[in-house]
Design a protein around this ligand. Structure first.
Ligand code: 6CS
Length: 316
């Protein structure tokens, strides 16, 4: 059969690299073919999700930043400073998290989706027109966020005026000044040329971009045991590959940005400067428990236990 797989990025960006590896594995180990649909070929993120839910697509990569509108629990990824900055701890968390492997799957199932994996894409950085060293500097800055209520809360707590937008509108909105800030990992700021329409990059260390890959559940349930194994093995191989792929990616991307635009500033906030941003975590977490759905508390507790285990495992 031909399996259709859509994602939110271009072929040579992180989600595309993951998808290419998944395709390669499936095709090497079965008679099936995987047809890849990069960003823009089938619409915005919300469109490909609908297509996966209705079975037009067999696979979809949609980030919790968008899924949080559908599965409120997925908004947990927007509690600032919840995920560790240390890469070993971060990767250990994604490899072993019980929240991801056991608690999230039933929530995705209820939406007609088989959750296959979640993986990180890189440290999230702000790009703005003016330098940012404190929440005061975000005052009156219309800041584009992905479309879920908790990240709106989070950027409000950071002092900004959050503006939820689908990805396709962000470059134009920055260019015309409708928004004056946005956040994304370095590789994406580089590949989408977001640096052309912003002047400053700020590293507050508040998050890592998480994404998720799923299958249409009816399709997945209808597969033979052998084909399910092919899908699971390809998922695991692509997961290992994509963590390796990210080694050094952030620094390389920042270098490319500086080459393309020498006037760009890249500022890593000090611990002291980060403190007021960090201080918002408590209130955003409380808001998550309010709006994060019935399983919010269970997910948050399990995430924290998983993160503690990951910190222990990597000696951190
Ligand atoms: O900011 C966004 O909306 C996009 N950012 C990344 C890194 N991937 C896909 C997503 O649509």
């Amino acid at each position: 059969d031909t399996w259709r797989y859509a994602f939110e990025e271009a072929l040579e960006e992180v989600q595309g690299k993951y998808a290419q590896k998944f395709k390669e594995e499936v095709e090497a180990n079965s008679d099936h073919t995987v047809e890849l649909f990069p960003f823009g070929t089938l619409g915005e993120s919300a469109d490909i999700m609908e297509q996966a839910q209705s079975g037009i697509l067999q696979f979809v990569d949609q980030s919790p930043g968008f899924t949080g509108a559908l599965i409120p629990e997925a908004q947990v990824f927007f509690v600032p400073y919840l995920l560790p900055e240390d890469q070993d701890q971060l990767f250990s968390f994604f490899r072993n998290s019980k929240a991801i492997k056991e608690l999230f799957p039933p929530l995705y199932e209820a939406q007609g989706l088989e959750l296959l994996t979640m993986f990180p894409e890189g440290e999230v950085m702000m790009t703005t027109q003016e330098p940012v060293a404190s929440p005061e500097d975000l005052n009156e800055v219309k800041f584009r966020v992905m479309t879920n209520p908790l990240i709106v809360e989070s950027y409000q707590a950071f002092g900004a005026t959050p503006t939820p937008l689908p990805w396709g509108e962000v470059y134009g909105a920055m260019q015309t000044g409708i928004i004056q800030g946005q956040e994304n990992p370095a590789f994406f700021i580089e590949s989408t040329k977001m640096y052309e329409v912003s002047e400053h990059i700020t590293r507050a260390g508040h998050n890592n971009f998480t994404t998720a890959v799923m299958a249409n559940k009816e399709f997945y349930d209808g597969l033979s045991d052998e084909d399910k194994q092919v899908v699971q093995d390809a998922t695991q191989a692509a997961f290992d590959y994509i963590l390796d792929y990210q080694d050094g990616l952030t620094e390389e991307s920042l270098e490319k940005i500086m080459e393309a635009k020498p006037s760009m500033t890249i500022t890593e906030l000090s611990e002291e400067e980060r403190q007021p941003f960090r201080d918002t975590a408590e209130s955003v977490e409380a808001e998550y428990l309010e709006i994060g759905g019935e399983q919010a508390q269970a997910i948050l507790d399990q995430m924290k236990a998983d993160l503690e285990a990951a910190a222990g495992a990597s000696g951190g």
